[in-house]
Design a protein around this ligand. Structure first.
Ligand code: NAP
Ligand code: F7E
Length: 430
């Protein structure tokens, strides 16, 4: 092994290998030294090396406008990839999360829909990616009860369409595919904590659709020898999380209540348990899964579990509001027992004694997944991934700080959006 990590045996192994194999190996060697390049030139031929130095790896991301798509784009651009994102054609723009990347070199957008195989074939054939990250999905569990057919089309058949687009483009031997699988597959859990061998018991139309995605990925791996893998990701959140997922709903409400723009937050099952991580840390794992020697599925989680009630407690605490939870089920309330808000946000009246969190049956699900807790041992051992880079407390802080600034910036407008954000999930504005 020389000082830049070029292994003589690896190098010898490359002689006579097909161009794509050499390209993948060479692109992975960051910060390559002059002496290493000379060595490579000797072994592989000068022209080939020059070509490879200018040949960036291409990644195609479906769902690029989503929480994960935006962080993954940043991550891959940083790694020197040419990034192509698939966006939906809408009547209005939907690109807040990636607007800062538009116009930067090596970042390109293409129209495509998961329900429309022709659009996917066109994009894949044109881009000819080395890696595809299939993140596009109807990703909200409650919405999947309201729109189960659409969810199945996008989250189940959509995965098949991506795989078939790769085959139609003749890229099945070269293109690696990452599928955004989910801890929701464990659903009505049969084991705690959950790992790669835990049986699945999907418990929502979303999870059933994602189970098809998981199995069709495995089928194409076995049937056609394709490099396609699932990351079984547990909940991961961020300041870019959609506003109707419970964590973001809580951090936004904590910020609005602290700034006198909301009176009370209505939630569903406060006892539900989740393994929450930071989305920015999780996209690294998506990439690591595709750099692995062989295609395999991985559980990605922190290994730490908290309840919705705890998340709310810490979020409110961070804005200076201490909560105490009283009562049970639909009668449970989160009451303010101490109000230490920063004076800037402090209104005339103290919040002490007020019920700031109440439970509403509107946010209960027909079947709810209540005990998710992931075991990331395999990802740690095989991918060298650190599941505890960002702690639960840090995650809550990052999200609350961001929403405090957002709400302060929006001013009175934040109040108008409150009701909408609360009830959007159920398709009604109360
Ligand atoms: P997200 O914020 O809801 O983003 C979903 C993305 O999919 C958006 O870019 C959305 O486009 C796009 N999309 C939806 N339907 C589409 C369609 N029919 N055609 C094309 N694009 C479509 O989700 P996320 O949190 O980033 O999650 C990314 C993926 O990981 C999803 O597949 C999700 O199911 C899965 N997952 C997420 C978590 C988590 O905790 N976040 C955990 C496990 C698995 P628009 O912007 O136009 O709506
Ligand atoms: O719910 C409970 C709710 O909507 C978490 C998606 O990214 O992660 C996400 O799905 C828990 C559930 O996320 C409210 O009943 C209580 O038990 O934030 P959520 P999710 O359903 O876990 C998985 C891994 C994915 O794959 C999905 O794509 O919180 N809960 N009260 C509530 N949930 C919501 N949304 N709103 C409430 O008021």
């Amino acid at each position: 092994m020389n000082q830049k990590g070029i292994n003589q045996r690896e190098l010898a192994d490359m002689i006579g290998k097909d161009e794509t194999v050499i390209s993948r190996w060479f692109a992975g060697k960051v910060g390559i030294s002059r002496s290493s390049v000379e060595l490579l030139e000797k072994a592989l031929g000068e022209k080939l090396i020059k070509d490879k130095q200018h040949n960036m790896k291409k990644a195609l991301i479906t769902g690029v406008t989503g929480q994960d798509g935006s962080y993954l784009s940043e991550f891959l651009l940083e790694k020197g990839y040419e990034v192509h994102g698939v966006i939906r054609r809408n009547s209005s723009d939907h690109r807040e999360r990636i607007s800062h990347l538009e116009g930067t070199p090596h970042f390109h957008l293409h129209y495509g829909h998961m329900e429309d195989s022709m659009s996917l074939v066109k994009v894949v054939t044109m881009v000819r990616p080395d890696e595809i990250y299939n993140l596009a999905a109807q990703s909200h569990v409650q919405v999947s009860f309201d729109s189960p057919e659409f969810t199945a089309d996008v989250d189940a058949t959509g995965v098949l369409r991506v795989l078939e687009a790769v085959r139609a483009a003749g890229l099945e031997n070269t293109c690696r595919i990452y599928q955004a699988s989910t801890s929701e597959l464990y659903g009505k859990v049969e084991e705690v904590p959950q790992n790669e061998n835990t049986p699945f018991h999907p418990y929502s139309p979303y999870a059933v659709a994602k189970l098809y995605g998981y199995w069709i990925i495995r089928e194409y791996r076995e049937a056609y020898n394709m490099f396609c893998c699932s990351g079984i990701l547990f909940n991961h959140e961020s300041e870019r999380r959609g506003e109707t997922f419970v964590t973001r709903k809580i951090t936004l409400a904590a910020a609005r209540i602290a700034q006198g723009l909301q009176d009370c937050l209505y939630l569903g099952n406060l006892s539900s348990l989740r393994d929450w991580g930071y989305a920015k840390d999780y996209v690294e794992c998506m990439w690591l899964i595709l750099q692995n020697d062989k295609p395999e599925d991985f559980v990605i989680a922190t290994g730490v579990q908290h309840s919705v009630r705890e998340f709310a407690y810490y979020a409110f605490k961070h804005v200076g509001i201490e909560l105490e939870f009283k009562g049970k089920g639909l009668d449970e309330i989160g009451v303010c027992v101490s109000d230490n808000r920063h004076s800037v946000h402090k209104k005339d009246t103290s919040l002490v004694g007020k019920a700031l969190i109440k439970v509403s049956p509107d946010f209960y699900r027909p079947t709810d997944v209540v005990n998710l807790w992931g075991d990331p041992t395999k990802a740690k051992a095989k991918l060298g991934w650190n599941p505890n880079k960002t702690s639960f407390e840090e995650l809550v802080k990052i999200m609350v700080d961001s929403d405090m600034a957002k709400v302060a910036g929006e001013g009175a407008a934040a109040k108008v959006r409150t009701n909408l954000a609360e009830y959007l999930e159920k398709g009604i504005v109360k």
